[in-house]
Design a protein around this ligand. Structure first.
Ligand SMILES: [Zn+2]
Length: 737
């Protein structure tokens, strides 16, 4: 019996008919039909190959490629060279597809075995079981999205390193990005989960526990972060409930009765009311108990949010809490508890909590200057920032958030830790404030990789104009790509995110279509590498006057176009200064592969994020704020400004305050301070010391650094190569203070 060796090594019987079929297929695709001539030739060639066997003994086992070579030669010897060519093309195509499959499976194997860890997302442990499975699955999901979901426009832009589609692994299932959770309603009404229902919160303690639970549950309905927009205000009713309970206990203990204090609803009475204060002893007792409960509950929340890993790869949910403006005694008590918990740290060594991202809301007349009711809490926030990097600061008076309601904290500026911001909602229901943040989120982002575009026009007679023209075109395409994804997202069944829809986490859901909810979210057009783009176009970046002039034209274009799209499509398009955690590195790798090393552009491992001043620029913090403030006003879907300081700032909080105030006065929306945070994992000593603990000499050190607004564990093991280098190149602006 004649045998043949297949590609996978298996030996099977030689089948003449398979050869005939393959030859006939080649003829058919050229001629459109199978002619007599074709049939004759096919049989001839197959016979010839048979004969090839007979010349040899039974031990002769050719492989598939040998047989195909013979077919090819056979066809070449006929008059029909065109058919031979067709056959060769078909062979090449098949072999390309096979190579692609092999490469794909190699990538899957790498992920499954964690043999080539890239740290694409600093929150994921790629070595863990969950991380290995999750990363392998992500490769499959990404491949599926690119090859079966994206339009040619989106696919080409993505693969050409021009417009990047984020979170491709979540594309195919039609998930959205992030959400500001409407905690006020959920805590008051309770909610349902798949397995049970949860009753409304009745104390500070349960309220804080439910905050952690809700963060957890919602983070599984989407791929990005979750936030609370005004946690201090949210907690007011539960502070009153707890206080009332403690007061009742104290009263009963002292007076042996309780009927005199009955009111229908304790949440309607301030803990500062004269009613309570008339019983001074009981009041003091209840207040102390309430403060202790708040501190323990806040600590419990920090603990929960740093331990409950709910996504694959031992990921913690990306959580953020905004607070700082509530001047009621109940809210102030909560703010204090949150800040004290942050300063104290978590665990045995009192490590800096990585989550939640704390965001202090600064507001004129509330906490900005001495004499403001919450100025003391701002001071406490600064103490925490100097030690723990958190809280960051958002600017409630930011000009772009105009139209917010002073009496409604749901409309104050709040943000996701990373920077995502929900601006004026073009689809706000009549009678509601379009600046409402709760129940809204970013639906999906794309990012324009500007340096690639700049390379395409750099030899034009007027490269700046050439760039603006090309950018205009690419912003249009970015918009089309977002609409493409948006349409896919809104075509999903609400049962895909039952928890989110059933419990009203998304604003505006009408019980029928997902669109009724998604239309309130943001479609973000992001950008990467303004600094490098300017270098390519004019040989200098926006730290120069000439660079800034071009930068403004670029950002104005983004801004104008998003404004036009918003009106035209009645969707919340916005300019987004992308937190390109992974992209800053991967886009550079692709760029280098194409263009090589260009001084000041690709002579490093990463692109500078969005509109930032390059991290190595030696300027004072005030100068950095000045430069970035000029561009912050063009963004309405999220941006951040960072400053690098030295550890010594802990002893100079006045200087820190001066800096934060300066940023707020310059209309910076979101401001964060980076201080070195190295923790000895032996003794808990925290400071900046790189390799060795100055207190105990241990070399077991965790070096916490900030990535994209959030913090992450040890940057040397959790950051990708680009981000690691970026951290090491950061100039400490504090040196020039
Ligand atoms: Zn130590």
């Amino acid at each position: 019996m004649k045998k043949i060796r297949k590609r996978d090594g298996r030996i099977v019987d030689f089948d003449e008919q398979k050869i005939i079929n393959a030859i006939l297929a080649a003829f058919k695709s050229v001629d459109g039909k199978i002619t007599e001539y074709a049939t004759e030739k096919a049989i001839n060639i197959a016979d010839y190959i048979q004969g090839y066997y007979e010349e040899d003994d039974d031990a002769y086992i050719p492989n598939v490629e040998d047989i195909q070579d013979l077919v090819e030669n056979g066809l070449m010897s006929t008059k029909r060279k065109d058919v031979a060519k067709e056959y060769i093309l078909y062979r090449e195509e098949r072999s390309r597809a096979r190579r692609k499959n092999t490469k794909f499976m190699e990538t899957i194997a790498e992920k499954l075995m964690a043999s080539n860890v890239q740290n694409q997302n600093a929150n994921v442990d790629e070595h863990s079981f969950g991380g290995r499975m999750g990363e392998a699955r992500n490769e499959l999901m990404k491949d599926y999205a690119i090859n079966y979901m994206l339009s040619d426009l989106a696919k080409n832009n993505h693969l050409n390193n021009e417009v990047y589609v984020h979170d491709l692994d979540s594309y195919a299932v039609g998930m959205h990005n992030c959400l500001t959770i409407p905690f006020d309603d959920l805590l008051a009404k309770g909610f349902n989960t798949r397995q049970t229902d949860v009753r409304p919160a009745n104390s500070i303690n349960t309220a804080f526990q439910l905050v952690a639970v809700l963060f957890q549950l919602q983070s599984l309905q989407q791929f990005g972060g979750v936030s609370a927009s005004h946690l201090d205000w949210t907690m007011v009713p539960y502070v009153r409930k707890s206080f009332f309970k403690h007061f009742k206990d104290g009263f009963k203990y002292l007076y042996g009765k309780e009927e005199e204090i009955g009111i229908p609803d304790p949440t309607e009475r301030s803990i500062d009311s004269d009613f309570y204060k008339q019983y001074q002893k009981v009041y003091t007792y209840a207040l102390e108990k309430t403060i202790r409960e708040a501190e323990q509950a806040a600590e419990g929340m920090y603990h929960n949010l740093n331990t409950l890993q709910s996504r694959s790869g031992n990921q913690l949910p990306f959580t953020s809490i905004n607070y700082g403006t509530c001047t009621l005694p109940e809210g102030r008590l909560i703010i204090k508890a949150l800040l004290k918990g942050s300063i104290k740290g978590v665990g045995r060594l009192h490590k800096t909590p990585v989550f939640p991202c704390g965001i202090f809301q600064l507001m004129k007349g509330v906490n900005r200057v001495e004499g403001d009711p919450n100025y003391d809490l701002y001071q406490l926030a600064l103490e925490s920032t100097a030690k723990r990097l958190y809280p960051n600061y958002v600017n409630v008076d930011w000009s772009i958030n105009a139209g917010y309601d002073k009496n409604d904290p749901k409309t104050y500026v709040s943000t996701m830790g990373c920077r995502t911001y929900n601006g004026l909602d073009i689809n706000a229901e009549p009678g509601t404030n379009p600046q409402t943040k709760d129940g809204r989120g970013n639906i999906a982002p794309v990012t324009i990789i500007m340096p690639t575009l700049a390379m395409r026009v750099k030899d034009d007679s007027n490269p700046v104009q050439g760039f603006l023209n090309l950018l205009d075109e690419k912003i249009n395409e970015a918009k089309d790509m977002l609409i493409e994804r948006y349409n896919w997202i809104i075509s999903q069944n609400p049962n895909s995110a039952k928890f989110m829809y059933e419990n009203g986490l998304m604003l505006g859901y009408d019980g029928k279509t997902i669109e009724s909810a998604m239309k309130h979210g943001t479609l973000a057009i992001g950008q990467l590498g303004l600094a490098e783009t300017l270098q390519i176009l004019i040989g200098k970046d926006h730290t120069t006057a000439e660079g800034m002039e071009v930068a403004k034209r670029i950002e104005q274009l983004f801004n104008n176009k998003c404004k036009t799209f918003k009106e035209l499509y009645r969707l919340n398009f916005g300019v987004y200064y992308t937190p390109a955690e992974n992209l800053c590195h991967t886009a550079m790798k692709k760029f280098k592969a194409k263009y090589g090393e260009i001084p000041n552009v690709s002579d490093k491992e990463y692109f500078t994020n969005s509109t930032h001043v390059p991290v190595w620029t030696e300027i004072s913090p005030f100068e950095k704020i000045d430069i970035e403030a000029e561009l912050a006003k063009y963004s309405n879907a999220g941006c951040i400004t960072y400053i690098e300081l030295e550890g010594g700032i802990q002893n100079n909080l006045k200087a820190l305050e001066q800096l934060v105030n300066y940023a707020m006065d310059k209309d910076i929306p979101y401001f964060a301070v980076n201080v070195p945070n190295d923790t000895c994992l032996e003794c808990g000593y925290t400071g900046e010391f790189n390799d060795k603990c100055p207190a105990c000499g241990s070399e077991d050190i965790q070096q916490l650094r900030r990535v994209t607004g959030y913090l992450t564990g040890n940057y040397k093991t959790a950051f990708n190569k680009g981000k690691q280098q970026e951290v090491e190149m950061r100039y400490k602006h504090g040196k020039k203070m």
